[in-house]
Ligand binder design. Structure first.
Ligand SMILES: [Zn+2]
Ligand SMILES: [Zn+2]
Length: 332
């Protein structure tokens, strides 16, 4: 630390012994701050993982729907990512796949839309010991009224869910959800991607009625020996924005495997080419485009990224990724 200029108010106010004490206190706080900063940063890497799609449009033997959900299994722990669109889809698909969803304390909700959240009531009722903690991004409960009234499914059902034992955990920054698995929290919109179908309005905390850019949209990620794995629900924050943010959190690591809904459907060819070039920059070598990614958009990305059919595919219900690659199931 440098000395304050001689004769300045600061040096007059701080007598010598007190100055030493102050510096010591400052130093201790500095060290504590550095410790908490490192502690909050994702440093833990994951050994084994499996992510299985439980809700998306395409399906072979299970129920398909416009929605998204996936079961995340990491080093012996499990977490449910989103809950599908219809109340019973994820529950029925899990039963048909022989997946027991008991004993899963955490459910992760990527954003407020009902095609990702409507299954939670049924799931909480069916598995009362699971899903006690619902991880949401800051802003998810901002009201979204339209001409018919409140259009926000999760807000309408918040009290019912809480009465069943769901506690909402709010994230406004990068946080660890289960060991080694992190949420981005709300994602800075560096690029003007605008990956959503139409703009509604939301009521901000100050009462202003503003454009609903789905500010709470968050994604889940973890690091492995080969690189980072990313799971996205609808990608409203923008896929490139999401990857850019994760790169700033874990600099120098490739983001090599990504799965989920990325809302690239109806993107212009020019924007798709730009997205593909960015994905290559980040090190993406496996891509499962489910839900709102778009079938043609997925195939275009495969072509523009010069990857194979084993590396880029449209996800169906039952598709899973693990440390090996992508397992598409019966429907390749
Ligand atoms: Zn959405
Ligand atoms: Zn969606």
């Amino acid at each position: 630390m440098h000395e304050p200029p001689e004769g300045s108010k600061v040096s007059l106010l701080i007598a010598s012994p007190f100055k030493t004490q102050l510096m010591r206190t400052f130093y201790i706080f500095y060290l504590l701050g550095a410790f908490f900063f490192l502690w909050a940063q994702p440093t833990q890497s994951v050994d084994n993982f499996k992510i299985t799609v439980l809700s998306t449009m395409l399906s072979d033997f299970y129920l398909g729907e416009w929605g998204f959900s996936a079961l995340v299994e990491v080093d012996g722990q499990r977490l449910l990512f989103d809950t599908g669109s219809r109340e019973n889809t994820v529950w029925q698909n899990a039963q048909q796949m022989d997946l027991d969803l008991n004993g899963i304390p955490h459910v992760y909700l990527s954003h407020n839309h009902a095609d990702h959240t409507r299954g939670l009531l049924t799931l909480k009722k069916t598995y009362p010991t699971s899903f006690g903690q619902a991880h949401v991004g800051e802003g998810i409960f901002y009201p979204r009224p339209n001409e018919q009234g409140e259009a926000h499914y999760l807000l309408q059902n918040k009290k019912r869910l809480e009465a069943l034992g769901v506690r909402f955990v709010n994230h406004n920054k990068v946080s660890e959800i289960i060991p080694g698995v992190y949420t981005t929290g709300p994602i800075p919109r560096v690029y003007d991607e605008k990956n959503w179908s139409r703009l509604g309005k939301l009521i901000a905390p100050n009462g202003d009625r503003i454009e609903d850019t789905i500010p709470e949209d968050q994604s889940l990620f973890f690091d492995t020996e080969k690189g980072i794995v990313l799971i996205s629900g609808c990608g409203h924050a923008g896929l490139v924005n999401t990857l850019t943010y994760i790169r700033s959190i874990l600099p120098g690591r490739p983001i090599y495997k990504i799965l989920g809904g990325f809302h690239l459907l109806k993107l212009s060819d020019e924007k798709l080419r730009w997205t593909a070039s960015k994905l290559k920059e980040f090190g993406v070598t496996y891509f499962v485009g489910a839900h709102c990614t778009g079938i043609n958009a997925t195939y275009s990305l495969r072509e523009y990224m010069d990857l194979t059919k084993d590396q880029v595919m449209v996800g169906s219900v039952g598709t899973y990724i693990d440390g090996e690659g992508i397992h598409p199931g019966y429907m390749e």
